[in-house]
Structure formats: C-alpha cells, structure tokens
Ligand binder design. Structure first.
Ligand code: ZN
Ligand code: ZN
Length: 219
C-alpha cells in the first residue's frame, strides 16, 4: 500500500573516510527525524550501504556517490561499485545498467566538486535541496530551475557526515515503502524537496568528530 514517505537521499556512513555515522546512529536519527528511509551514499563504494541494509531495521536504499571526471553524482539503488573517474554520461550508463537511478547531487554548490553545466537529460533526478550546499538559497534556486527546464524529478538529501545532521533535508513522496516503490515514485516525479542549511554549529561539530575519528585510528 502506498504511504506518504519521508526520505533523506544523501547520507554518508562510517565506511566513508569523512563520516562518523554508525548503523545505530542511522536508526536513532531516523526515528528522531521521522524518516521512513535513508539512502546511504558513501564515496565511490557500496560495501557499507549493503552491509548496513542487511544489519538494521530501517529501509536503506543502497547507493553510491561517484567522483566522476565532471563532478559528483549519486547512483541510487545500485548493487555494485560504479568506477570513479569516468565522464558523467558514462557513469550514468553504468548506474542505469544496474537498474539504478542517477542523481545530480549538490549541482551548484561551491567547493564540492559539483556538476554545474554538465547536467543533462540523462539524469533521473536533481537534488534540489542539499543541507551542505553553499550558498544554500542560491544553490536551491538554480537546482530547481534546471530540474524544471529538463523536466527531471526533484529529491533532497542532507549530505550528512555526522549523526546530528541526518534528516535536515528530505524528500516527501507517495510510494510503496520499498526501495522499488521509492524508485518508481521518483521516476513518476511524485517527490517534493524540503530542508534547511546545515547550521554552523554542526559544521564545527563535524570537524571535531572527524579529528577524533582520525586520532583514534592512529593510536
Ligand atoms: Zn559530493
Ligand atoms: Zn556527499
């Protein structure tokens, strides 16, 4: 049965070198922020997403954030690693060959390896709201404009690297509460984006948590 679902489509797990989010954190914050599902989008690897999806009682969309030659993009619902360093178009083909959906994440954010003018109709969706994008309002406006121009679905994600950020941005969609149901709703453009920019306090917290992660590793 279709339900109104709230989904954060961009969360990094502790398998990403730049994140400290554990499986337990995902469950805890999904409840706190009323999320029905989370896409785990670790950089250039899928292992964490697949492991965590098996381990916890929360609907996980196994996903990957790929560093392409043209900028970052997200592959939703993939089962194998998508190689980094290819063009955006070839990366999208690789995602589609696995039955996944290609998302232009933080398309106009500064300092994040964004796609900018490499966005094309080959994408399935645009991340119109990303809490970590700077400057937030300007990025949101430009992302909405290009999604409208290319007639692409709009989704949202926090780009969370610490637990407290999870769910600050999210998409709402009417869908069956399954990965396939959610993918279907995106393709039918039944999705709306919401969210807030990451507060400065959480940006600072992220720096401290990562320093702690690395000093622990060195010991
Ligand atoms: Zn990125
Ligand atoms: Zn990211």
């Amino acid at each position: 049965m279709k339900k109104k679902l709230r989904v954060d489509f961009h969360v990094h797990s502790e398998y990403s070198s730049d994140s400290v989010i554990s499986p337990n954190n995902l469950v805890e914050y999904a409840i706190k922020r009323s999320l029905d599902a989370v896409a785990i989008t670790d950089h250039n690897q899928i292992k964490g997403a697949l492991d965590i999806a098996r381990k916890i009682d929360l609907l996980i969309i196994p996903s990957i954030e790929v560093s392409t030659r043209d900028g970052h993009l997200v592959g939703l619902n993939v089962s194998k690693t998508v190689p980094k360093g290819m063009s955006a178009e070839d990366t999208i083909k690789c995602i589609h060959s696995q039955g996944g959906l290609a998302v232009a994440c933080h398309p106009f954010a500064w300092f994040k390896g964004s796609l900018g003018n490499k966005i094309s109709k080959s994408f399935d969706a645009i991340e119109t709201v990303n809490s970590s994008s700077f400057p937030f309002e300007r990025c949101k406006k430009r992302a909405n404009m290009i999604a409208d121009r290319l007639n692409l679905a709009k989704i949202a994600g926090t780009d969370a690297h610490i637990p407290q950020s999870i769910g600050l941005s999210y998409a709402v969609l009417e869908a069956e509460p399954t990965v396939e149901g959610i993918m279907h709703a995106i393709l039918e453009k039944r999705s709306q984006s919401f969210g807030l920019p990451l507060p400065v306090s959480l940006r600072i917290k992220k720096k401290f948590m990562l320093i702690k992660k690395y000093s622990r590793k060195k010991r």
